[in-house]
Design a protein around this ligand. Structure first.
Ligand code: FES
Length: 142
């Protein structure tokens, strides 16, 4: 199992063109240290250049621009290691409008059970429920 490829089931949707979203499957050769964002880059560079997503910004789990929904959870894909033979469902970050495929528009606030999250200057900032100033915390679970 050590050299099994990674299997990615990836959300695809161009709102200006496609009548509905669909999912595409891609196999990515596994290697030691392979991260999910690098696997998506492999797909783009070698298998399907039409796949859209936000490429590396900081690359070190700081800016949150690479957040996507992976198997139903918000994940910073630049720091998500992959195991050989792993199979993942990769979708755009839930709650944000899709620009194309995995790229979303972070320029709005989304209500959650913990308050309102807003993408500003590369960081997701939590506003307190009472409507006071932003608390400056990172996205939970990221
Ligand atoms: S690219 Fe900045 S957190 Fe992933």
């Amino acid at each position: 199992m050590s050299d099994q490829p990674v299997l990615l089931r990836v959300f695809r949707y161009d709102p200006g063109v496609d009548p509905a979203p669909r999912y595409e499957r891609y196999q990515v050769p596994w290697r030691e240290g392979l991260l999910l964002l690098a696997a998506l880059k492999y797909v783009h560079d070698n298998l399907d250049e039409t796949l859209s997503f936000r490429d590396y910004c900081c690359g070190c789990s700081w800016c949150a621009s690479c957040l996507m929904t992976v198997d139903g959870k918000g994940v910073q894909t630049c720091s998500r290691p992959l195991k050989p033979g792993e199979s993942l469902l990769v979708e755009p970050l839930w709650g944000f409008p899709v620009i194309k495929d995995l790229a979303v528009d972070f320029g709005l606030s989304i209500p959650t059970s913990e308050g309102v999250f807003r993408k500003m200057e590369g960081t997701l900032i939590r506003k307190e429920k009472r409507g006071e100033a932003a608390a400056g915390r990172r996205f939970p679970g990221a």
